[in-house]
Design a binder for this molecule. Structure first.
Ligand code: F6R
Length: 611
């Protein structure tokens, strides 16, 4: 989704903002722009990448110690130069950058047009800045007051930063529903959609809350709420290292993140699990484990890959803790009239912590009396702040748009939750509890082992890089992995792929199978093994090409499958943490071989902050 970077202080703003926008590229965008006070309030913007903008403005004198910059992911109006941000107000004294959607923009626009306003883009954001200026002129008030009054009128979600030609040390920012972080330096301030553009200058940050307005003027910051009451913002030290947001020698962020998984999974276990003394504690859920153990029902809400992690959790909670679980797409849940009763638990899973549908599902469930538990990666993001309790996944920044290490981190947290709740409930035998802890501690090493098959997986990718379709099949714990494998392939290589429960194939997808169809089976030694072997035979009988992910030492499936990748043996409940790794690598290599932009696939955004 759109990215915001703004700066006011003593540094040269343009290079700082352009570099910051590049750090936000991973969010997904189609145009970029910057506004500076260099002589006048000048806006430079361009369809395409930040480097296209840089080339277009290379000949300009961009000296300014204040500026705002934006990467736009189109919502209202097609991606082009006109619709790119920043947008001017009518007088051109103000410029705005805006993330989010103003739902009532067309009625505001109609009124402004009646008053003689002319618009130069199709965006809701341009309407917002015209509206702010119109209020300022009519009410004869300060810009800060005009922003506050405008916030009372607009409906929707936004993070904005407004710059004023008549006030060269001032930036005004506001937020409702879209993330905005303020970096606090020595007489300098940074604004951004997340911490990544700020971290090389300061670790001291403020996460603006909904309905708050931040004003920096003459090197001083004040934060007020929408009722004009002064706030005391909490300045937190963000523990993020620059290396974590750089490629570190890898060709792509996605590859780096796939290979980081032994570390990210270990980070997620550290201090939480100790098999030697039977210790399993998720700090943020200490008080809630008891309550969860008594829950009659858990509803999981999430989107995309996080939803797949939720499906794994369904199997875990039902099998280990014997609690009824329903997994819902947040986008569907929020628009139904879901039956949620007081006493129900809702687990919201999100890497970014900003997904608009998941956030809305949380608010709905909260309003119906549910207790909300968050499983999120980005510390301080909106979802963890909206929940009653939760556990962070500690995977570190995930920059590649296709989620990899966030998935395994989510699954490992959910696994720990399910085991802890099952233990509390008494539904887990001591031996199984100990064995699961013992095996959990060995997962990083097992992932490491699978990563050594990278060369082999690359060879398989070479054979199938030109395929037009793929089917992914798995049963039990490996069914969500099949869905995840198919999603990874389609989003970064643009090959059509479907994931199915292996047995469901007979009810339709089997009609697609011929000699041209690659079928990926996740066929590990588990309780469904014999059934999956039969499914492989069904595919081979129709001449499908089988790529099988099998358990080390399997002698049978290699006699049937065309290609085999082995993973180490482990407890069935933990298999998704490892069986997903070869699928991530397969999709990565296929996408690279097809010349796709792996880290920023077309049309996709890293955090989907609009519904
Ligand atoms: C797929 C992917 C998306 C996200 C989905 C939810 O690789 O990244 O499907 O999983 O947009 O995002 P979060 O987890 O940030 O709520």
């Amino acid at each position: 989704m759109c990215g915001i970077v703004a700066y006011v202080g003593h540094r040269d703003a343009a290079p700082l903002i352009l570099k910051g926008l590049k750090r936000l590229e991973y969010r997904g965008y189609d145009s970029a722009g910057i506004a500076l006070l260099n002589g006048a309030l000048n806006v430079y913007k361009k369809k395409g990448k930040v480097k296209d903008l840089e080339e277009a403005i290379a000949h300009e004198t961009l000296q300014s110690t204040i500026g705002i910059g934006h990467t736009r992911w189109a919502t209202h109006g097609e991606p082009n130069d006109r619709n790119a941000h920043p947008h001017y107000s009518a007088s051109k004294n103000l410029a705005i950058i805006h993330n989010g959607i103003i739902e009532n923009y067309s009625s505001i626009k109609k009124n402004l047009i009646k008053k003689g306003h002319e618009f130069h883009s199709d965006t809701d954001s341009e309407v917002f800045v015209h509206f702010i200026e119109d209020i300022q002129i009519n009410a004869g008030c300060t810009l800060e007051e005009a922003v506050r009054l405008a916030m009372k009128e607009v409906v929707g979600a936004y993070a904005i930063v407004v710059m004023d030609a008549t006030n060269p040390t001032q930036l005004i920012a506001a937020r409702k529903g879209s993330p905005l972080v303020i970096g606090v330096g020595e007489k300098e301030f940074f604004f951004a959609s997340d911490a990544t553009p700020i971290i090389e200058y300061t670790h001291e940050m403020i996460y603006l809350n909904d309905y708050e307005i931040a004003v920096v003027r003459d090197g001083e910051l004040t934060v007020k709420n929408i009722d004009n009451a002064l706030q005391s913002p909490y300045i937190q030290t963000v523990e993020l290292e620059l290396e974590a947001i750089e490629k570190g020698g890898y060709e792509h962020f996605m590859l780096k993140e796939i290979f980081e998984q032994p570390r990210s999974v270990a980070d997620c276990l550290r201090g939480r699990v100790n098999a030697d003394n039977g210790h399993l504690v998720l700090g943020g859920l200490r008080e809630y484990t008891d309550k969860l153990a008594k829950a009659k029902r858990i509803v999981i809400v999430a989107c995309g890959t996080s939803w797949h992690a939720g499906l794994v959790a369904e199997y875990l909670f039902e099998e280990l803790a014997r609690i009824n679980v329903e997994v819902e797409y947040a986008s569907e849940f929020r628009y139904r009239n879901p039956i949620i009763k007081e006493g129900d638990f809702v687990i919201a899973i999100s890497q970014s912590g900003e997904t608009a549908d998941t956030l809305a599902a949380i608010e709905l469930a909260k309003s119906k009396g549910a207790t909300i538990i968050g499983v999120c990666n980005v510390v301080g993001s909106s979802i963890p702040r909206a929940t009653h309790a939760g556990a962070y996944t500690h995977a570190g920044p995930e920059i590649g748009v296709a989620s990899t290490k966030a998935f395994t981190a989510q699954v490992i947290v959910l696994t720990q939750m399910a085991i802890a709740v099952a233990r509390k409930k008494g539904s887990l035998h001591e031996d199984t509890f100990r064995r699961l802890l013992f095996e959990l501690e060995r997962i990083p090493h097992k992932i490491e082992t699978v990563l050594q098959s990278d060369g082999k997986i690359k060879e398989i990718a070479e054979k199938f890089k030109d395929a037009r379709n793929f089917i992914y099949l798995g049963r039990g714990y490996n069914f969500p992995v099949a869905l995840e494998g198919a999603l990874k392939l389609k989003e970064i290589s643009y090959i059509h792929a479907e994931g199915y429960p292996a047995a469901e194939m007979k009810h339709g997808p089997i009609a697609l199978i011929d000699a041209e169809m690659p079928v990926v089976f996740i066929a590990t030694k588990d309780s469904s093994y014999d059934k999956v072997v039969s499914n492989i035979q069904e595919v081979k009988a129709r001449k499908g090409q089988v790529i099988a992910i099998v358990t080390e030492g399997d002698k049978l499936i290699p006699t049937m499958a065309d290609y085999v990748v082995e993973i180490p043996a482990m407890h069935e409940a933990l298999i998704p943490l490892v069986s997903v790794i070869p699928l991530q690598l397969l999709s990565y290599h296929i996408a690279v071989m097809r010349g796709c932009n792996v880290d920023q696939p077309r049309n996709l955004a890293k955090s989907v902050t609009v519904e």
